[in-house]
Each structure stands twice: as structure tokens, then as C-alpha cells.
Design a protein around this ligand. Structure first.
Ligand SMILES: Nc1nc2c(c(=O)[nH]1)N[C@H]1C(S)=C(S)[C@@H](COP(=O)(O)OP(=O)(O)OC[C@H]3O[C@@H](n4cnc5c(=O)[nH]c(N)nc54)[C@H](O)[C@@H]3O)O[C@H]1N2
Ligand SMILES: Nc1nc2c(c(=O)[nH]1)N[C@H]1C(S)=C(S)[C@@H](COP(=O)(O)OP(=O)(O)OC[C@H]3O[C@@H](n4cnc5c(=O)[nH]c(N)nc54)[C@H](O)[C@@H]3O)O[C@H]1N2
Ligand code: SF4
Ligand SMILES: [Mo]
Length: 668
């Protein structure tokens, strides 16, 4: 067909797979998007969500112009204004805030709606601009920081196995991870392993679609996984299957940790985890006898008070068994620890040292000291802990709230100014998967609709409008990409912007197959893996305390049809999600007189939301589950599951505790 071109891009969403896609453009219009079959990891298929991405870019509710609030905060009533008017109002307000209260009164609140190194939360976007103004720093700890910190404590890095190497594993532990929903491209590698005889075990309080496909499912009590890890190691020691040579040459503190393991015999672990002792023993034996064993743990398992200690304990397994020696052995949490880009946010531009505000703590920390909240790539009213308190805080009249958005989210409803943002087919970006080993390029396929601007362009225009002169604020996207690749780290050898643009992706320059710790070499001061000192198991909140008036432990996992709250307004995906639902075990339902399909109120001291009851053996007694991702304003009662998620810090990294809250349920 004449005038038809194919443009290579990458999915920007917060998903480990970072798919390669191909957009067909005809006469300046994107007419088709498909997964790129040539990409070595994502191999073609996208997912149920992003199959609707093109439709989503053209959705009727897409924000296409700058908006100014005309109604009360929260009402979502706006008038259209020009970019000039928007930039002028913002400039005046920001100048006044900086003059009167100092730059720290600005909270640049970036979320994970886009993980791009140019446009998204991983990268430069806006941060140089905020440094010039002396704004508070934002700590992006909403998702993975407890686990990252636990892994750094033991291994010196969150980076571990190359997920492609699961194809070589003989025993695979899918530990608190819902692969088929939250990063399904790994499944092909698991299937390859299975074809070669691997045994696959899912460890999850919910019988998810992943657990259903596994060879074995252990429905563990939430937040007790570190105890299970210690119990499995107890069996490994009973069998004499520890790798003494690896322990001696590549680890620290083994003797004390060995004592800690001996405090967790399977009978005790059965009491803690709610799993039969025979199952723990059987898995321990398998672990003792199977090399290589690969552990896949993603972020779900660490959304608990003890989340950091959990990842640290899981990461002890491949050190004791010596699995790190083999490709196909070890633990894979996030590959981002292997990505060494030069993210030059120019902190030298800061006029003075500034405070850091944590993303998880918006409900508590959005106090009088914050005069401007600048939200980008985030929908905190839908996704952050303690929804009701966030709403209250956003109502403050003297708070100047700017939201850069693609869609009229619940958060945008509270904005004074809304700025229209591009979607991925309309902007340039550089990405790195956190579930694979490739850098990815996203070439814009079409012009932005309406007056949408990319993140980088928005900040360039704002800097110009404010009369700022720092040259690096005006670097072009391609210049920024060059800078990102200029760290000099060997993993980037041979990777250039030209090459990325031509090829679409390039594998990090690491050995293939990749076995990062086969000969030790952990990025710790001693080069050795550091076994935990003291107690290795920190029980979660719901595992340690009786619930009192709220006895049910609530887990709030990833929905199949949304990506966090992204797509939460897509009509077809909403239809498939069938509204907010809560999974209740038959015994707990009977105790409360709940019937299948009925509307119920799920509540605790912090708030309440409504959901349709689904009575199911897929959850353990005492545990209920309701997915994240629904939009409050599109949900019955105007609230979602995050109304009952408390703002509490995990043990490490100040991670959020989304899967670690008590609730009660009553019929509506
Ligand atoms: N379709 C879809 N895909 C997504 C997302 C999405 O919203 N939708 N979100 C993306 C994002 S932001 C992230 S961070 C990743 C997260 O990906 P996952 O880690 O898969 O996320 P979750 O669904 O939160 O948790 C996974 C599983 O952990 C289980 N779990 C909870 N607590 C415990 C526990 O204490 N022990 C054990 N063993 N299991 C537990 C839950 O029941 C759940 O089935 O997925 C990404 N992919
Ligand atoms: N109950 C519960 N809540 C959770 C979790 C849980 O397990 N349970 N998981 C948490 C996790 S893992 C995460 S990562 C967070 C995510 O929470 P958030 O960071 O708030 O992510 P989203 O909810 O996806 O909202 C992202 C918004 O960014 C917008 N966006 C996308 N791309 C761009 C862009 O290029 N520019 C601009 N300006 N905007 C863009 C989208 O339209 C969307 O409205 O949610 C957390 N919330
Ligand atoms: S959300 Fe994940 S699986 Fe879906 S297209 Fe994006 S990267 Fe691929
Ligand atoms: Mo996340």
C-alpha cells in the first residue's frame, strides 16, 4: 500500500516485559499495532491490555488541551486554555512559591505510568528543571523498594538471573508472582524448561491463573515466605546438600545464618505458613536434589511489613545450594540492577540540599509545607495508600496542583491546571525492561493529537517561559539519549543511539548465557554474598497480629485487564474486569452470610469500598483478595481497594504494604 510505513516502538508501561511493537502508519495515521515477532524475549504477542493501546490513544476521553479548573477542587470541572496561558499561570505560581516558601515547597510527584528514561519516571524528565528550582526530591518507592533493599542487603544488587535462563532450570519456584497476568512473556521460557522436564511450583495465597498452570501450588499464609525459605533450607542441610565450596568462597556470615536456619524445622514452619509439613519437606527435598533451581519472585511478595526480609531470605537459597553457579539457577526479581545508564539529573544545579519526600507517603506528607504538588505519570488517588486521606489533602485551597495527564483520572479532578501528555506512539523514548536484558528504542510513529506534548518538551517550554538559562534544560531528546548511553559501563559497549534507532533494541553487553555470580563477585564491599545477621524472618502485619474487629487479611494483586490504573477507563477492558470484585473463601462467606454475586462493603478503620463477592476456594480461609486498578469515580461508592490500604512502611526501603492489611466484609 502506498504511504504505509512500519515504526518500531516499545511498551512504556510498568510491566517487566517492555514489549517490542510495530506500528503501521498510513497517511500519518496509526492503523495497526502488533507485537514484534523478532524480539528475542517478547517474541510477538503483546497482552490483553496493550492490544487496545491504539484504540486507547484515540479514546473520546483523551485530554487534548491544557485545562484550568473552574469548579471546586475534586469536581473535575475545567475550561480549555492555551499553552501560553497555562505556562504563564504556572510560571507565576511557581515563582511566588519559590520566593515565599523556597523550592522545597514543590513536590514533583512522578509515578510509574511511563518507565521511559526520557519521558518517564526512570529518567531525566523534569528533574533538571526541578533541581534548578530547588524542589524537594521525590522517592519512587511505591512499587519495588522493599525487595530492592532486601536484595541489596544480601547480594549488593537487586539484579540477578537473566529471565531467559529459566528455560534451563530444572526446578522453578514462582514465588509470589502471577506470571501469566503480570509479565506473561516469561511463560514461554518456563514451558521450554518444562518440555525438558522441569517441575514448576507456585507459592501464592491465591490460586491464580499462574498457580493453576503450575505442577504444584502451595497456598501459603501471606507474609510468611521468609519462614518457608528457612524451612526449605533446613531440609537442604538435613540432606547435606549445601554447596560448601560456594559457601566458603563466596559468602559471609554463613555459620551464624546456619544457626538461624536450624531454628526453622519444617514442623515449626508448617505452623507459621499454614502449609502441611509434608509439602514443605517434599519441596525441601526437591530443592536439595535439583540443580539448577530458578526462583522467580516479583513485587507482589514484598508488599508486606516484612517484604525486605522476605526477598533477602529467598535470595539465600541459591547461595546455600550453589545454584548461582549455573545459568538457570538463582533468583530473578528485577533486571534493572544490570542497567547502568548515565541518568544525569544534574543534582549539581540544586541551589541547596533539599529534603526527600516518599511516594508512598502522600497521604501523610502532603502537609502545609507543600505548596505545589506536580503530578506526572501517576494517579495517586487511584493507586497510593490511604485514598480518603489523600482526597482530603488535595482539597486544600492554597495547594497549587498541576497534573500532566492523558486521561481525566480521579487525581486530575483535583488539579488547578491539567497539561495534556503524549502517549507512546507520539514521542521518543529509551527503555530498559526490568524483566529482560535489552535496551529498547521507541521511535514516534505519529504526530501528537490536539496540543499534547511529551514530558521533555513540556519542561523545555516551561523553562523557556520562566526565562531560565541553564543550557542543559534545553537538551533535545536525542542529546539526552546520547547522554544516557555515555556512562562508560562495559554493559553498554557498542550500544549507540544510531544502533538502537536502527535495530529497535540491543541486548546489554553481558556474557551469554549470563550467570552473574557463578564465581561469586557480588557487588558488596567484600565481593561476597552477605547472609543476614540476626533474625532472618520478619512476619508481616497480618501474619503477626490478630485482626481484632477486622480479622480478614486482604491481598490486592494485579488485575488481568488493567495496568495499575492505566486502562481503568477503557470500556472493553472494564467490561471484562466485571467491576470491583472480592474473592472470599466459602468458610469466611458462610460466617458472614455472604452469597456469591452479592454486593458487599469491605472496610476497616481507614475506609471502605464496595465490591461484588466471588465465593471461591481459590483463596485460603482468612484471606480475601481484590485487585488494584479500578478507577474510584467509575466504581460503586466512588472508592476502591486503596481506601483500606494503610500508609505504613515496610521493613526496608519504606515500601508500601498493599498486600498486608486487615479488613472485615459485610453485605451492602
Ligand atoms: N496485568 C497487569 N500486569 C501488571 C500489573 C498490572 O496492574 N496488571 N502491574 C505491574 C506492576 S506495577 C508490577 S509491580 C508487577 C507486579 O507483579 P506481581 O508481583 O505478579 O504482582 P502482584 O499481583 O501484586 O503479586 C503477585 C502475587 O503475589 C501474591 N502474594 C501476595 N502476598 C504474598 C505473600 O505474602 N506471599 C506469597 N508467596 N505471595 C503473595 C499475590 O496473591 C499475587 O498473586 O506487575 C506488573 N504487571
Ligand atoms: N491496592 C494496590 N495498589 C497498588 C498496588 C497494589 O499492588 N495494590 N501496586 C502499586 C504499584 S506496584 C505501582 S507501580 C503503583 C502505580 O501507581 P501510579 O504510578 O499512580 O500508576 P498508574 O495507576 O498506572 O497511573 C499512571 C498514570 O500516568 C499516566 N501516564 C502514562 N504515561 C504517561 C506519560 O507519558 N506522561 C504523563 N504525564 N502521564 C502518563 C496514565 O494515564 C495514568 O493515569 O500502584 C500501586 N498501587
Ligand atoms: S503491558 Fe507488558 S505484556 Fe503488555 S505490551 Fe506492555 S510490556 Fe508487553
Ligand atoms: Mo509496580
Amino acid at each position: 500500500m502506498s504511504g504505509e510505513v512500519q515504526i518500531l516502538g516499545a511498551c512504556p508501561l510498568d510491566c517487566p516485559d517492555t514489549c517490542s511493537w510495530v506500528v503501521t502508519v498510513e497517511d500519518g495515521q496509526a492503523v495497526k499495532m502488533r507485537g514484534n515477532p523478532d524480539h528475542p524475549y517478547t517474541r510477538g504477542a503483546l497482552c490483553v491490555k496493550v492490544n487496545r493501546y491504539l484504540e486507547h490513544t484515540k479514546a473520546a476521553d483523551r485530554i487534548l488541551h491544557p485545562l484550568r479548573r473552574v469548579g471546586p477542587k475534586g469536581s473535575g470541572t475545567f475550561e480549555r486554555i492555551s499553552w501560553d496561558e497555562a505556562l504563564e499561570e504556572i510560571s507565576v505560581r511557581l515563582r511566588a512559591i519559590v520566593d515565599e516558601h523556597g523550592g522545597e515547597a514543590i513536590w514533583p510527584y512522578n509515578g510509574t505510568g511511563n518507565l521511559g528514561y526520557l519521558q518517564g519516571s526512570e529518567g531525566i524528565a523534569g528533574r533538571r528543571f526541578w533541581n534548578v528550582l530547588g524542589a524537594s526530591r521525590h522517592y519512587l518507592n511505591i512499587c519495588s523498594e522493599a525487595g530492592n533493599s532486601g536484595l541489596k542487603a544480601i547480594n549488593g544488587t537487586p539484579g540477578g538471573m537473566d529471565p531467559e535462563n529459566f528455560a534451563l532450570s530444572k526446578l522453578i519456584l514462582l514465588w509470589g508472582t502471577n506470571t501469566l497476568t503480570s509479565g506473561h512473556h516469561l511463560w514461554k521460557f518456563i514451558q521450554d524448561a518444562r518440555a525438558a522436564g522441569a517441575h514448576v511450583v507456585a507459592i501464592d495465597p491465591i490460586r491464580t491463573r499462574t498457580a493453576e498452570q503450575a505442577d504444584e501450588h502451595l497456598p501459603i499464609r501471606p507474609g510468611t515466605d521468609a519462614a518457608l525459605a528457612l524451612g526449605l533450607l533446613h531440609v537442604v542441610l538435613e540432606e547435606g546438600a549445601e554447596d560448601r565450596d560456594y559457601l566458603e568462597n563466596h559468602t559471609e556470615n554463613w555459620e551464624a545464618f546456619r544457626e538461624e536456619i536450624l531454628r526453622y524445622p519444617p514442623a515449626r514452619v508448617a505452623g507459621i505458613t499454614g502449609l502441611p509439613e509434608t509439602d514443605i519437606r517434599a519441596l525441601g527435598l526437591r530443592l536439595a536434589r535439583t540443580r539448577p533451581t530458578g526462583i522467580r519472585a516479583t513485587m507482589g511478595i514484598q508488599r508486606h511489613s516484612g517484604g525486605g526480609a522476605t526477598l533477602r531470605a529467598l535470595a539465600a537459597l541459591p547461595a546455600v545450594t550453589g545454584d548461582w553457579r549455573h545459568p538457570g539457577g538463582g533468583i530473578a526479581y528485577s533486571t534493572s540492577g544490570h542497567v547502568h545508564l548515565n541518568i544525569d539529573t544534574r543534582d549539581d544545579l540544586l541551589p541547596a540540599p533539599v529534603r526527600t519526600l516518599a511516594m508512598t507517603r502522600l497521604a501523610g506528607d502532603l502537609d502545609e509545607s507543600v505548596k505545589c504538588l506536580w503530578v506526572a505519570m501517576a494517579n495517586p488517588v487511584g493507586s497510593s495508600p490511604d485514598q480518603n486521606r489523600i482526597r482530603e489533602k488535595l482539597l486544600r485551597e492554597d495547594l497549587f496542583t498541576v497534573v500532566m495527564e492523558q486521561f481525566p483520572t480521579d487525581t486530575a479532578d483535583y488539579a488547578d491546571i491539567v497539561l495534556p501528555a503524549t502517549m507512546q506512539i507520539e514521542n521518543t523514548d529509551l527503555h530498559a525492561g526490568y524483566g529482560h536484558m535489552y535496551l529498547m528504542w521507541n521511535e514516534p510513529a505519529v504526530e501528537p493529537p490536539g496540543e499534547c506534548l511529551s514530558t521533555t518538551e513540556t519542561f523545555r517550554r516551561l523553562a523557556r517561559h520562566m526565562g531560565l538559562t541553564e543550557p542543559s534544560l534545553f537538551d533535545s531528546d536525542l542529546e539526552l539519549a546520547e547522554q544516557l548511553l555515555s556512562s562508560g559501563h562495559p554493559s553498554l559497549d557498542g550500544i549507540t543511539v544510531d544502533r538502537l534507532r536502527k535495530e529497535g533494541w540491543v541486548r546489554l553487553n553481558v556474557p551469554q548465557p549470563f550467570a552473574p555470580f557463578a564465581d561469586g563477585g557480588f557487588p558488596t564491599p567484600s565481593g561476597r554474598l552477605r547472609f543476614p545477621r540476626g533474625s532472618a524472618y520478619t512476619p508481616s502485619h497480618t501474619a503477626s497480629a490478630p485482626g481484632g474487629p477486622y480479622p480478614l487479611a486482604l491481598v490486592t494483586p494485579a488485575p488481568h485487564t488493567f495496568l495499575n490504573t492505566t486502562f481503568g477507563n477503557n470500556p472493553e477492558l472494564r467490561r471484562r474486569a466485571k467491576g470491583p470484585r472480592v474473592l472470599v473463601n466459602p468458610a469466611d462467606a458462610a460466617d458472614r452470610g455472604l452469597t456469591d454475586g452479592q454486593r458487599a462493603r469491605v472496610f476497616n478503620a481507614g475506609g471502605a469500598f464496595e465490591a461484588e463477592v466471588e465465593i471461591s476456594e481459590r483463596v485460603r480461609p482468612g484471606v480475601v483478595a481484590s485487585a488494584k486498578g479500578n478507577w474510584p469515580k467509575l466504581s460503586p461508592g466512588g472508592a476502591t481497594v486503596n481506601a483500606v490500604v494503610e500508609q505504613r512502611d515496610a521493613d526496608m526501603g519504606r515500601g508500601a504494604v498493599y498486600h498486608d492489611n486487615f479488613v472485615e466484609i459485610a453485605p451492602v
